[in-house]
Design a protein around this ligand. Structure first.
Ligand code: GAL
Length: 681
């Protein structure tokens, strides 16, 4: 089936829950009026409305929803229609125990809550098919319906083990089936899991149980395969929802992903979806230095664009403050526009909110919304949203059909993440994401667009690939890196890389890329807090954070050495020429300035630095993203100032501000939280 494209507009709107207001027609009237005032052109509808859509088993009441979709459509507002499986109605949870998840200790959950169905339950699948099919049949071709919003934040409840899993007998049986497909024989499985250790040899598939704190919780191979299975099993449910709505509808399917959400391998998920979408809730203003939060938020956006290397949708964000944070600080004036344009800068074609209107009750009644309990459209938040909506309308024709196309990539890999964090070694936990983000932060500081790729993605087309803490090498990864580097690419990797294969079995002999890196790896030290050491690179010295790998340069040139301890003088940074390219190795985990200086050097060498011409480095807190079009002069640069105060940027070329039409060159003093959108003259 040919899937329809989204309409050509930057979507602006968000989660709309008229199901909470059906007995207040005047509120529903006011909604339409206010939406138009706020330049809202799209809402997500029916996300948690299963109880209202099927109040009794098998009795569907869809007319109220039809009325709302029609009215929105008549007023120029599109609908992203949800399948309502994010929250199960009570009749379903009470009548069929199997739809409720089982905890890792074997206890079945009580009814209530959301994001908590068992993905293996045949009853749940049947009931999902019933409601999804009914919705698709009735609304799948409605001119106002532009896309499907499958369920809501799959595995969002994340379960008692933080893995989003259900541990019921049905899921355990599916796990065994999944393992049989992967390993075919128990011999293969016993080898992959190294089961001679602690007498773990499995002699019957039925002896396999999911990891549990009251059972087996230490076996690396088991834990890793369980995580893979859980992500696949929930994806299997999502695919079934997709296939059911496609029976009657050619609208694209999305589901709201949650950035680097631990339990689900979104690289795999994205392949099954037509468009990627993101829910993003950074805690703005928590720290005086906003750049840490801004770069973390940029990571989520960039990851979403990178999953399909095409524009994605920001599906949820908060117009003011959430209600669930430890401190729910309001967005300062300017931050709403800046944080929303950050999404556009990173490749989003929408700014959508949770939620349109605050409910009067329920746990989210104080969650930020476009429309508050009081004052209708006469609020600061509403005006901020309306102003942004107008800006989006204004820039839409220039932004649509452009996307970020960087020549640098950074490897972020879910399976690697599960493997490295699940292994007892070095530091427990290892905290891959946190350590990894120090590298991403340097890209952000330097205003360098970067794709985030996983280990299965093609490496061709990039000039620079950075692979921090790439502990696990799957399949032919090492060979592909070899080819990339030999062909002229620059590869950067770090300590705690190339340690294990896809089964988490250690490589023996030597590091799989020892020829490319030109080094021999040996031990890895973790400095206690009272010990301080530095990396000396020429006339510069950088503090080390904690990890110090002890490596020996064989073919590689040494660019930096350890200052102290029994390994003083050992290589801490090396580079090796390999074929037409180069491979760098960073042996320690360092403090921030190291990453910035290092990346600046390799960016200059590879021509992958910030594409906007500024004098010197970008000021702290300011970053740049470039969305490119088909033609060279279609590029748009989003210059974002995350500082609360004025910040001067010195432009070395002449640009035009596409919103004001003014020329921008030389020194430009940006206002606090300002975002400039520039085009080259
Ligand atoms: C999201 C969820 C929404 C709402 C929001 C509150 O994770 O999808 O339904 O709960 O959080 O911040």
């Amino acid at each position: 089936m040919k899937i329809r494209k989204l309409p050509e507009k930057l979507l602006h709107g968000g989660d709309y829950n008229p199901d909470q207001w059906l007995d207040c027609p005047e509120v529903l009237e006011e909604d339409i009026r206010l939406m138009k005032e706020a330049h809202v052109n799209c809402v997500s509808l029916g996300i948690f409305a299963w109880g209202k859509l099927e109040p009794e088993e098998g009795r569907y009441e869809l007319d109220w929803l039809g009325g709302i979709i029609d009215r929105l459509y008549d007023n120029g507002i599109s609908t992203i229609l949800a399948t309502p499986t994010g929250a199960m109605p009570h009749w379903l949870q009470e009548n069929y125990e199997e739809v409720r998840q089982v905890l890792s200790n074997g206890i079945r959950k009580l009814p209530g809550g959301r994001h908590n169905f068992c993905p293996s339950s045949p009853v749940m699948r049947k009931k999902m098919q019933g409601i999804d099919r009914a919705l698709s049949k009735k609304f799948g071709k409605h001119p106002g319906v532009i896309a499907w919003h499958l369920s809501n934040e799959y595995a969002g409840g994340a379960g008692d083990n933080g893995d989003g899993a259900c541990y019921c007998p049905l899921c355990q049986a599916n796990f065994r089936k999944w393992l049989k497909e992967r390993y075919h024989t128990l011999d293969n499985l016993n080898h992959a899991w190294w089961n001679s250790f602690w007498s773990n040899d499995i002699t019957d598939w039925e002896q396999i149980h999911a990891p549990s704190t009251i059972g087996e919780s230490t076996l690396d191979g088991l834990k890793l395969d369980w995580r893979r299975f859980v992500s696949d099993q929930i994806l299997d449910f999502c695919k079934e929802e997709r296939d059911v709505v496609r029976e009657f509808s050619d609208r694209p399917v999305v589901t709201n992903l949650m950035g680097a959400f631990y339990p689900l391998d979104y690289f795999k998920w994205a392949k099954e979806l037509d468009i990627v979408s993101l829910d993003n809730y950074p805690f703005w203003h928590y720290m005086e230095d906003e750049s840490l939060m801004a770069s973390a938020s940029s990571f989520a956006h960039t990851l979403m664009r990178s999953l399909k290397k095409q524009p994605y949708l920001l599906m949820e964000s908060v117009p003011s403050a959430v209600q669930w944070g430890p401190k729910n600080t309001l967005k300062r004036p300017g931050m709403h526009a800046l944080s929303s344009l950050q999404a556009i800068a990173c490749g989003s074609d929408s700014v959508q909110y949770f939620q349109w209107r605050k409910g009067r009750g329920g746990s989210e009644k104080y969650h930020g919304a476009v429309v508050d309990h009081k004052n209708g459209g006469n609020t600061r938040v509403f005006r901020d949203v309306a102003d942004l909506g107008e800006r989006l309308e204004d820039i839409a024709s220039r932004v649509l059909r452009t996307c970020n196309r960087p020549r640098a990539a950074i490897v972020f890999d879910w399976e690697n993440r599960w493997a490295v964090d699940g292994t007892a070694a070095v530091t427990n936990p290892f905290d891959y994401t946190h350590r990894w983000q120090r590298y991403y932060r340097a890209f952000w500081d330097l205003g360098m667009d970067v794709d985030i790729i996983n280990m299965d993605d093609p490496l061709e087309g990039y000039s620079l690939i950075v692979a921090p803490y790439n502990y696990m090498y799957r399949g032919d990864y090492a060979d592909r890196v070899r080819k990339f580097t030999a062909g002229g690419g620059t590869y950067v990797t770090t300590c705690w890389s190339g340690e294990v294969d896809e089964s988490s079995l250690c490589f023996t002999g030597k590091h799989p890329l020892s020829d490319v890196l030109g080094i021999r790896t040996e031990e890895i030290d973790v400095m206690p807090d009272y010990v301080h050491n530095r990396v000396i690179c020429g006339d510069k010295a950088y503090d080390i954070q904690d990890l110090c790998a002890l490596v020996h340069a064989e073919a590689a040139e040494v660019l930096g050495t350890y200052e102290k301890d029994f390994y003083a003088g050992y290589p801490a940074v090396t580079v090796n020429r390999y074929g037409e390219g180069k491979a760098y190795f960073i042996a320690s985990a360092n403090e921030e300035p190291f990453y910035r200086d290092f990346l600046k050097m390799v960016a200059e060498e590879t021509g992958t630095g910030c594409t906007l011409k500024v004098s010197g480095e970008l000021p702290k807190g300011v970053t740049v993203n470039e969305r490119r079009g088909e033609e060279e002069n279609d590029s748009l640069w989003f210059v974002q100032n995350f500082n609360a105060g004025e910040t001067a940027v010195v432009f070395e070329d002449t640009y035009r501000d596409i919103e004001t039409g003014e020329e921008v060159s030389g020194e430009c003093v940006m206002k606090g939280y300002q975002c400039l959108i520039l085009k080259k003259i």
